[in-house]
Design a protein around this ligand. Sequence first.
Ligand code: NAD
Length: 500
Amino acid sequence: MRDIVHYISGKAEAGGGSRYGDVFDPNTGKVQARVRLGGAAEVAKAVEIAKAAQVGWGATNPQRRARVLFEFKRLIEANMDELARMLSAEHGKVIADSKGDIQRGLEVIEFACGIPHLIKGEYTVGAGPGIDVYSMRVPLGVVAGITPFNFPGMIPMWMFGVALACGNAFILKPSERDPSVPVRLAELLKEAGLPDGVLNVVQGDKEAVDAILDHPDIKAVSFVGSSDIAHYVYQRGVAAGKRVQAMGGAKNHGIVLPDADLDQTVADLVGAAYGSAGERCMALPVVVPVGEKTAETLRSKLVTAIAGLRVGVSTDTDAHYGPVVNAAHKSKVENYIDIGVKEGAELVVDGRGFKLQGHEDGFFVGPTLFDHVKPEMKTYQEEIFGPVLQIVRAETFEQALDLPSKHQYGNGVAIFTRNGEAAREFAAKVEVGMVGINVPIPVPLAYHTFGGWKRSAFGDTNQHGPEGVRFYTKIKTVTQRWPAGGTALADSSFVIPTMK
Ligand code: NAD
């Protein structure tokens, strides 16, 4: 059995303890590897090494730091096929989607290559007689990232791309369900010239997370995962005096107005609802058609489109989506479908009990469609995170606007319409952090910033973009006075200096 271990100080590190987690092949349902589950000892070792390595890295000029990232980008591109295969083999998403996962992370690396410009401070010449004021952004020191299973390439790069560019050292605690790609990325960074110890990967579960949250030398923690854990991480990290950003779960709605191009909308909806087996925080698991006629036409077109979906193993290049990540998650998704039926929603297409020929033990769930889902139902209120699309019918634009606005999650939302005025009003009023107008998955590009509202994100700062640079740096402001020609300074002043 293959063991996946930590990566500390530029090399594989077995660590101590005897705890392991199973890493499955979701296509077959079999265990394919074991991952070491580290704890306080491994975190302490990684932090000690990171602290020492950060001194030199933080003092390296930003252009040189950017050059490492430029080379890292080249290496990722050169190794894209291998990385995508590795990612699909543990996650279960199809290869083309794994390439998208890596590509979206790579785009953050491209953004971070602009660090010499991004990290520039501000300068005021002549703020007073002989007085200048300037500010600089300095790294925090050692920072950490804790990532979910569903984007093992992109989300680590969201975090360490910007953090390293800013001159920090980084401890990454990836998901224990698909831990190989993060280690491979760390190896490629070393190959790109990153000094040993600047990026360390500690494998693990709650124990490693708690050790990160409690370690006094970790100055900031970025977390992405489910909301209850995001909230826990936020509270415990902040209580320990850290800067914390913690992104949580989602339940994104697609609002369909009567004037929408329904063929295009359905094409967009099936991709956004069933792509990656629905295991995306920016998936669209709820569709809200406005008006009876829109609902009926949309439903019938959805049923036809779903019949054409191909579920296959992650290496099947014709498959639209693959298995979910593990057996526990498959049961959770199927259990939600059971609950939906009990709650009285109409099960139009049932994906339970789906078996792929030759892969009967794989973690596959067929595409599922519910209609007449009501806002008071548990299956509407909670995140399912599987290939399940729910139709919630609305009679008016206002009702449709209310649904995502009042939902506990506020990650993403999309509106499909040809009416610019309605779209504009919707974007202005909806209580959600990321909005798509005729765009089903409005994940902002790397130079913008990613983050939801309400229980989809805790903390004040979003991921990547200029907000990322703010998160991973602190500001120092210098006020300097050089009186001209050595003129004598005024007497002591006992009042606060002003510019009066
Ligand atoms: P998860 O919350 O189970 O795990 C996330 C991380 O937390 C992992 O590294 C895991 O090891 C750790 N963890 C798990 N249990 C813990 C505990 N009790 N205490 C401390 N740490 C713990 O999430 P997941 O299943 O890996 O990922 C899916 C979830 O992530 C979904 O809810 C999805 O919406 C969310 N997500 C959100 C975003 C976003 O940006 N908002 C992006 C991707 C995924």
